[in-house]
Design a protein around this ligand. Structure first.
Ligand SMILES: Nc1ncnc2c1ncn2[C@@H]1O[C@H](COP(=O)(O)OP(=O)(O)OP(=O)(O)O)[C@@H](O)[C@H]1O
Length: 283
């Protein structure tokens, strides 16, 4: 569906350099701190900004080669974009009908009702959660094959977030040829949704892993200085000094649990992996 090879985008004091792939049938997550380069990557692949090197292939074409029909097959949610605040939901229906030949009006109106997005209020009077829901509903109601979602759950409460994630799961279940690329600051959203996850840090991809592998194989070893001294370092990816000794990130937690039963090995949540890969030291 999407292939990004050695993409380079230079700003004055920032360089994005990334390689990524999104397969049909998969939900791929992109996680990274503020300013890591997520939106820059999304803008480049949608053809919204020029880039300085590398290659982007979306549906087998570069962003510049995408036709109107190709673009209709993309459902995008971008931060900072949205409809004019002076419109109401009932006003944007004809706009969407004109934009997308595959616009599913009934589904759109039903989802707005179900997700409590008001139809007779100006969008400028919407809460940030209502705006976020409207953007996602718009992206999934024109028979798109590929969703590109930059922080779609930002500003949503837990219940609304889960409702949006369920909409995305249903979107994928409807057609196994579809795919989603999604960024989020909320790691638990990505852990529960994505098949694979890319981590981006200071413009570079620092990890790509299947979510199952991240959750099942990665772990955080909590070792005293004495325990750390006797620890086999073979499967330790990063180390961080703590008041009690050392935190060590491993991608083989079973090995340490079996061989060092006295040492605490916690399950590595995505946040731990991010913290260790960006803040820990290599041995
Ligand atoms: N138009 C621009 N001109 C100059 N620098 C820019 C421009 N747009 C983005 N940048 C810089 O590129 C870097 C990456 O920004 P980007 O918006 O891609 O990050 P992000 O990962 O999406 O962050 P956030 O999670 O805060 O949205 C930042 O240092 C930002 O200042």
């Amino acid at each position: 569906m999407l292939e990004i090879n050695s993409l380079v985008k230079n700003y004055r004091d920032f360089t994005l350099k990334c390689t990524m792939k999104v397969e049909r049938g998969c939900i791929t997550g992109l996680v990274g701190e503020n300013g890591a380069g997520k939106s820059t990557a999304f803008k480049a692949l949608l053809g919204l900004i020029a880039y300085d090197g590398g290659e982007i292939r979306l549906f087998g074409k570069s962003p510049a080669e995408l036709t109107r029909e190709d673009r209709e097959k993309i459902g995008a949610v971008m931060t900072g974009s949205g409809f004019s605040g002076y419109l109401k939901v009932k006003d944007i229906v004809p706009v969407l009908e004109a934009m997308y030949t595959g616009f599913e009006k009934e589904k759109f109106m039903n989802l707005c009702r179900k997700m409590s997005v008001p139809s007779d209020k100006f969008i400028k009077e919407f809460s940030s959660g209502m705006k976020a829901k409207l953007k996602v509903i718009t992206a999934i109601t024109h028979r798109a094959d590929f969703l590109i979602l930059d922080e779609p759950t930002v500003g949503l409460d837990v219940m609304s977030r889960e409702a949006i994630l369920n909409l995305l799961r249903e979107y994928m279940e409807e057609n196994e040829e579809r795919a989603i690329l999604i960024s989020s600051h909320i790691s638990s959203d990505l852990e529960g949704l994505c098949d694979d996850i890319y981590m981006i840090h200071e413009g570079k991809i620092i990890l790509h892993e299947d979510t199952d592998v991240l959750l099942n194989e990665y772990g955080l070893i909590k070792a005293s200085p004495e325990q750390f001294a006797g620890l086999d370092r073979k499967h330790i990816l990063r180390v961080r000094r703590e008041s009690y000794g050392y935190d060590c990130l491993t991608d083989q937690k079973r090995y340490y649990r079996e061989n060092y039963p006295d040492i605490v090995v916690e399950n590595g949540a995505l946040d731990d992996v991010i913290m260790m890969l960006t803040g820990g030291k290599e041995l």
